[in-house]
Design a protein around this ligand. Structure first.
Ligand code: SF4
Ligand code: SF4
Length: 403
């Protein structure tokens, strides 16, 4: 037996098969199939690693259909490191797992700044010359197998290129690094600018190292461990140059991946921006009042990974006159889950519809989410329902309230 198989087996053996995780699992909830439950998937890996189950399409599909939302990990009394087990198994069988074109495309975009530059110009052209409307009318994205990717694309907004350093104009409280991620600059420029605005206002000098790159989550969850390690090393180096007191993230999906890099002097500094702000002495009750009904979505990466979801509510509740209510604790994954919505459209849409139905039970003007992947997926669902709800990051809301 190989060392990797021994390692997988020893982790899988730590599962006592109690089933406490099952009702927390979105795929099990919807299929009632044991193979689509955390316990079932662990048993499949256990059987494969023990030499009792060959690789088959069925086995691969059951493992691939896991969202990696880690709701099971949070519920597990035996503390089985489920996410790592699945990542390690996917890495081991990577060559046997087919990767969809849309996933390959999004991975290439995420890892290559030159391609991101082309995408920026292409998006501007695609959206401002009515090509998008024509392509959608002719069903071209569907014919090219890119429908799920195309529906996520937000409206292009002209923007200034980012600088590498923004100094605070207020009393200096320290220096922080801002992790923008591969999609931030491309699809969520408002959040990047809001983060810089708020952090400098609170008193921090903000560094955006030029060599920072994708966090590697897409590669890691696709089983492409080599690419994930390469990206991790590049980010560790990029942020090591300055004496930073924190590495602040604006996408919880990236944050949880960065927290699990191997360099401890890097990982211990990684904090989600709302959690970071909740630890400063900034008085949020001095902000301008905010009007409108706000629904708060807690991404799985924030709730089950970073476990700092409460900080978002704590910070936002201090804004004068804000009407905010969080989605129920029991709300399951929205279905975005990295590249999941591109690989499992049906399950992703079922989960999204459930979330939107719950969210819209109350009057909602703004839906706040701390993860770009969830925000794009949720915004696409709201557009498809013709709902007039703006999906924004909590830091954008705070930035709009600065006097
Ligand atoms: S809760 Fe933990 S120990 Fe129990 S079945 Fe699920 S993974 Fe295994
Ligand atoms: S990570 Fe999420 S989808 Fe996967 S088994 Fe656990 S609860 Fe289910």
């Amino acid at each position: 037996m190989t060392d990797i198989k021994k390692q997988l087996l020893s982790v899988a053996d730590s599962c006592v098969k109690c089933g406490i995780c099952a009702p927390h699992c979105p795929t099990y909830t919807h299929t009632q199939n044991e193979n689509e439950s955390p316990r079932g998937r662990i048993a499949l890996i256990q059987a494969w690693a023990g030499g009792n189950l060959p690789i088959s399409d069925n086995l691969l599909n059951h493992i691939d259909s896991c969202l990696l939302c880690r709701a099971c990990e949070k519920a597990c009394p035996a503390v089985v490191p489920y996410g790592k087990l699945i990542d390690d198994f996917r890495a081991e069988i990577h060559d046997e797992m087919p990767t969809k074109n849309s996933v390959k495309m999004i991975k290439s975009i995420s890892e290559n700044k030159r391609i991101q530059g082309f995408i920026k110009s292409g998006l501007r052209f695609y959206q401002t010359n009515h090509l998008q409307k024509t392509a959608r009318f002719l069903h071209l994205p569907k014919l090219l197998g890119l429908n799920e990717l195309e529906r996520l694309v937000p409206n292009f907004k002209e923007k200034e290129p980012l600088k590498n350093y923004y100094a605070t104009k207020n009393e200096v409280k320290g220096d922080v690094g801002l992790f923008v991620g591969c999609m931030g600059e491309l699809f969520d420029f408002e959040t990047v600018n809001a983060a810089i605005h708020v952090l400098t206002h609170v008193g921090f000098n903000v560094h955006l190292p030029e060599n920072q790159t994708c966090c590697g989550a897409l590669a890691l969850h696709d089983g492409d461990k080599n690419s994930a390690i390469k990206l991790a090393i590049q980010n560790e180096l990029a942020f090591s140059a300055e004496n930073l007191q924190a590495i602040v993230t604006i996408a919880s999906g990236c944050g949880v991946t960065l927290r699990e890099y191997s360099a401890k002097n890097f990982t211990t500094k990684v904090l989600d921006i709302s959690h970071f702000l909740s630890q400063t002495d900034f008085d949020f009750s001095t902000l301008k009042p905010f009007s409108g009904n706000v629904r708060l979505h807690s991404p799985c990466s924030l709730k089950n990974g970073l476990k700092t979801d409460k900080s978002v509510l704590k910070v936002l509740q201090q804004i004068p006159e804000i009407q905010i209510s969080a989605l129920p604790e029991t709300q399951q994954c929205c279905g975005a889950a990295g590249s999941y919505s591109l690989r499992h459209e049906e399950m992703a849409k079922t989960l999204l519809n459930e979330l939107l139905t719950t969210a819209l039970e109350k009057p909602t003007d703004y839906l706040v989410s701390s993860n770009i992947g969830c925000a794009l997926h949720i915004a696409a669902g709201l557009r498809e329902r013709s709902e007039n709800v703006e999906v924004i990051h909590p830091i954008v809301l705070i930035s709009r309230c600065l006097k």
